[in-house]
Each structure stands twice: as C-alpha cells, then as structure tokens.
Design a protein around this ligand. Structure first.
Ligand SMILES: Nc1ncnc2c1ncn2[C@@H]1O[C@H](COP(=O)(O)OP(=O)(O)OP(=O)(O)O)[C@@H](O)[C@H]1O
Length: 289
C-alpha cells in the first residue's frame, strides 16, 4: 500500500533522512526511533507537506511528489503538534475537515462527525469551543479529524501523547477496528502501544533505517540475552559491563534486568524479551558488533 523508495531529505546541508526504503501494507505499522531520528520528517513527506530531496513515496501506487493532490484525497494526518482554531467548536472543525475531504452532502457530514466524535469520546464536547478543551481532548479531536472521510491511509504522529490510560485503551480499540480496512502508521515513543497494536515496525536512527520487521522478529533478536537477577548492593560495579534495562534498590539488594550475550552472574536467570528489550538490544549496537 505504501512504498518508501530511497527517500533522502537534506535541509541546509544537514541530512535528515538517508536513503530510506521499506514498505507498509494494510494494518497498523509502528515508526520508532529516538528524538531527532527523522520520524516526523518522514511522516511529513508521506503527508505531502514536505518534498523529499531524493527518492519518492508511493501511496496506493500514486507518487506523493508527482500527484500530491490525489494522494491527499485518501490520507488522514494527525501532525505531531495538532493546532485547531480555538474559537471553533469541535463540530465546526470536523465539519471544515469533512468539506475539505469532499463530503458535500450535509447529512452525510453530520453522520460522519457524530461517529468520529463518539469514537474519541467527545460527543458531549462537540458544541463547545476548542479553547475550552484540555490537552488530551484536543489530541482526541486531532485523532477524530484524521479519520474523517474514511481515508485508506492514516498517519498519526505521536497520537497518544497526553491521553490518560482509559483514552489510550479507547484509542487502541479504535485503530484495531479501523486497521481492518486501512493502513495506519503510528510514529511513537510509546513502545507498549506498538507492542499492543502493531504487527510490523521500522526503527529509524539518526535519519537511517536501522531495522524493519515484525514485532515478533524484533523481540526474538534479544532472545536468550535478557537476564534478571538480585545482587548485593556492594556488587553494583558489576553492572558497568552490561546494558542495564532496569535497576531497583530494595534494602541492601539490587533487582536488575540487563542484556548480556552470556549469563552475567551465577544468580542471573534468562527471561523472555519484550519489544523494549529487543529495541534496546538493537540500538545498543549489538547488530553492528
Ligand atoms: N526545518 C528543519 N531544519 C533543519 N533541521 C531540521 C528541520 N526539521 C527537523 N530538523 C532536524 O531533523 C532531525 C529529525 O527531526 P524529526 O522531527 O524528523 O525527528 P523525530 O524522530 O520526529 O524526533 P522526535 O521524536 O523528537 O519528535 C532532527 O535532528 C531535527 O533537528
């Protein structure tokens, strides 16, 4: 559904994206990476808001550089910092987006807005001005507007920032339902969201593609390399030799979780890796050792 073909982006001689190439099919796809990795830059190129310096992206076979207007007809986009005019009500904002998406019939627009507000639990705020919304409510309105018009590709840049746990679960249920007929791309730092929702992911690092694969295959990279142990606090120095995932001091003991190619101490027990462990292992340079 989406082909990213050798995409590079340079601004003021700085290489923001370096020859990125991977593809995304139907379902929920996670785009991960540290701050400044290039996730937003890539999302903005997909959303036709920023031209690539080299390469191209094809969405449903259509080039974003050659046919941006056409691509915009079937994508929805939540930018990293969603701003809506504070004097508009939620319904007015969604109505505007629906008109821009070509829903000309007033009754159809009303039905679509009612559905999208309900999905993000804002039905009772629709007639209120956006300036009265909390940060999380604005974010949910941003999610709602991205789905208006039933686009086949939805780009969500850090969608769960500011959502409380209940709303985060509601969001996960929404994208699980919508992903049956769409490609949904989540750019996020929230690894538990990716673990819970995504089948495939890509990991960017300083503008380059470090990894692309299924969540399961990335977990497996750290298989047999994640260890937990309880050690006396006076042996703290031992940890300096390892990639430590977690350390908690309890009395005179340290409860630790770490990555090591082989059993680090006698008392350590191998545990099943999570996605976070797999990503930590990869980003720690293990792939390039
Ligand atoms: N307009 C710009 N001019 C120059 N450099 C930029 C511009 N926009 C982004 N950058 C740089 O490009 C790099 C990638 O930024 P980008 O926002 O795409 O990263 P990100 O992965 O989304 O980061 P975060 O997780 O912090 O949102 C960063 O080093 C950033 O400083």
């Amino acid at each position: 559904m989406i082909q990213i073909e050798n995409v590079s982006k340079k601004i003021n001689n700085k290489l923001l994206l370096n020859n990125i190439e991977f593809s995304i099919s139907e379902g929920i796809f996670g785009l991960l990476g540290h701050n400044g990795a290039g996730k937003t830059t890539l999302m903005r190129i997909m959303a036709t808001l920023l031209p690539a310096t080299n390469g191209d992206i094809r969405i449903n076979g259509i080039s974003v550089s050659r046919n941006p207007e056409k691509v915009r007809q079937f994508i929805g986009y939540l930018p990293q910092h969603f701003h809506a005019h504070p004097q508009l009500t939620g319904i007015e904002l969604l109505d505007y987006v629906a008109v821009m998406k070509g829903i000309t019939n007033k009754k159809a627009r009303r039905a679509e807005i009612t559905k999208r507000l309900d999905e993000v639990n804002l039905s009772n705020k629709g007639f209120e001005k956006i300036k009265t919304y909390s940060h999380g409510m604005k974010q949910r309105l941003g999610i709602a507007q991205a789905f208006i018009g039933n686009p086949s590709v939805v780009l969500l840049d850090e969608p769960t920032v500011g959502l409380d746990p209940e709303e985060r679960l509601r969001f996960r249920r929404l994208i699980a339902k919508e992903s049956k007929t769409k490609s949904i791309i989540l750019s996020t730092h929230v690894i538990t969201d990716v673990e819970a929702c995504c089948y495939d992911l890509a990991l960017l690092n300083k503008g380059s593609l470090l990894l692309n694969g299924t969540v399961e295959s990335i977990n497996e990279l750290a298989c047999g390399k994640v260890w937990e142990a309880i050690i006396p606090i006076n042996q703290k120095k031992l940890l300096n030799e390892y990639q430590t995932l977690f350390v908690k001091e309890i009395g005179y003991e340290l409860h630790v979780r770490l990555i090591a190619e082989e059993k680090p101490f006698q008392v350590a027990k191998a545990v099943a890796p999570t996605l976070e462990d797999g990503l930590f292992y990869v980003q720690g340079g293990a792939l390039h050792a």
